[in-house]
Design a protein around this ligand. Sequence first.
Ligand SMILES: [Zn+2]
Ligand SMILES: [Zn+2]
Length: 256
Amino acid sequence: MSQRVVSNIYFQDNLPSSQLVIPLLPTLLELFYPSHCAGCGEALFEKSRLCSRCWRQLDLLPEHCCQICSHPLPTTTTDSANCENCSGRKLHFIAGISLFRYQGLLRKLLSQFKYAGDQSLKKVMGEIMSRTLQDQRLDGLSFEAVIPVPLHPHREREREFNQARLVAEELAGRSPFPMKDLLRRIKPTLTQVHSDRQKRIENLKGAFALKKKQVLCGNYLLVDDVLTTGSTLDACAKVLRDAGADGVWAVTIARR
Ligand SMILES: [Zn+2]
Ligand SMILES: [Zn+2]
């Protein structure tokens, strides 16, 4: 550590003391207040908010997955196959892309972020999203905007923030696409985890709307935290397509 500090220190003759102090500040701050890995708490001296060991702990979904919803497929199926859930289902988004499984360290980080309100984790989520954006299913695509899946206002008031919006902001900051908070949730949702699929789909009918009536064109990228069956993304994508969007894709931090 001392070597690192020494290597960053430089002195120049005739510099006023304020100018001498400013270049040293980041180094000294790092020394006394190093950033810590969001996963294991170890001191970090790299740009990422996760150490390389924690990155390796995140559970990558297999490349052989449903092209529509990223659900892992049995190795016996052909490359272009879709999962049972997506086959024969009319969806309004083209692909919902997720690179990591919702388990282990990522599940812990997501619940700290979402339920314990640790907003500092948005940087890690932004890094995960940047990687997700590199998926080949998004190759060469350009988006009019990155759009967060909205929370119902009651839920957002309870939680004090919408995690998908924070992640969408982070993603927009790391991509050429602007973030636009175009959607609102007009119907509160059932606690999805505990309701069956048919009930969830029924409940999501008419649950979303545009905040402001407008005509859309071009492609849009939805952002959410966890992809389960894709029904929420589908309901949001339907609103965008009904308003004129040419194509809707989605990215999520994790897939259940
Ligand atoms: Zn770590
Ligand atoms: Zn699928």
